[in-house]
Ligand binder design. Structure first.
Ligand code: FAD
Length: 252
């Protein structure tokens, strides 16, 4: 069996290795399980790839690859042709998404990070979506991620939970900033539901995030109760999930 080497990392940073490993896993494992795609599934994948190719703050070769993937999909070339030739990283390499055991964290952790990065990029660089048909709809990115989860995410139970949250409140999102905060608050709802669950990594307990050490200004006390300062949370998310907080240590 593989020897697991712990990679030291900074919890205040976002690692490109996690986001690239996410794309690698998503394309080469999750999507590769589908022998062929057509109709609504193909449309879901196309929209997802469009959003990622426009918003992912990747290194130049990865951006180029995503652009090519987007063009190929737009021309409906057989899906297998693409996947077989795609080379992101040799294998997945988790850093900020390492688990203390191999079955913990990894891909689902990186998918959350990718999703937060995409909603933050859409709100800070809305011009990136001009020409895609997604530019005038503040829910467009969230709805695309929602359809990806519903259609392709390997954890079906997670998909059902996410769909229930989306049905309940995604419609209330009216601006790109609200989209960032919607995903943040829903992720915290998932964290609190899963706290103490078997899937929780003891080294990474599920707690309301960002914790006070990462963002003291995000927390306030109102009448003795801990509550969020959402304005500060938004500022923090826009910094944490920005390209300037992404580090290339451990990326290929
Ligand atoms: P994760 O929750 O994966 O978070 C990854 C990182 O994101 C954290 O380390 C932190 O840096 C950051 N972060 C944490 N909270 C927030 C926040 N509120 N906003 C922004 N960033 C944050 N598992 C289940 O067992 N049942 C489910 O129903 C389920 N639903 C899921 C739905 C989706 C859409 C996804 C992507 C995953 C789901 N999972 C579910 C998996 C679960 O949420 C975790 O991803 C997994 O348990 C790994 O947890 P983790 O400790 O790596 O932290």
């Amino acid at each position: 069996s593989e020897v697991v080497v712990w990679r030291e990392f900074d919890r205040a940073k976002l690692y490109m290795a996690d986001l690239e490993s996410c794309l690698h896993y998503l394309l080469r494992v999750e999507l590769a399980a589908h022998k062929s795609l057509a109709g609504a599934q193909l449309k879901t994948l196309r929209d997802f790839v469009t959003v990622v190719s426009k918003l992912f703050p990747g290194r130049p070769p990865v951006r180029k690859l995503l652009e090519m993937l987007q063009e190929w999909l737009a021309n409906a070339l057989p899906f297998w042709l693409l996947i077989s030739g795609i080379f992101l990283t040799n294998h997945v390499k988790w850093v900020g998404c390492q688990g203390s055991r191999p079955e913990l964290r990894g891909y689902p952790c990186s998918l959350w990070k990718l999703f937060h990065t995409l909603t933050v990029q859409a709100s800070t660089h809305p011009e990136a979506l001009v020409g895609t048909g997604f530019e005038d709809d503040p829910q467009a990115v969230l709805q695309t991620l929602r359809r990806y989860i519903q259609t392709f995410f390997g954890c079906k139970e997670c998909g059902e939970h996410f769909e229930a949250m989306a049905k309940e409140s995604m419609d209330s999102v009216k601006t790109l900033d609200q989209a960032v905060l919607w995903l943040w608050s829903r992720h915290n709802a998932v964290n609190s539901r899963l706290a103490g669950h078997l899937s929780e990594d003891p080294k990474f307990p599920k707690v309301p995030w960002p914790t006070p050490d990462l963002c003291p200004a995000c927390h306030e006390e109102i009448k003795g109760l801990d509550s969020w300062n959402e304005g500060q949370v938004l500022v923090f998310l826009k910094q944490y999930y920005s390209s300037s907080n992404l580090v290339d240590t451990y990326s290929a």
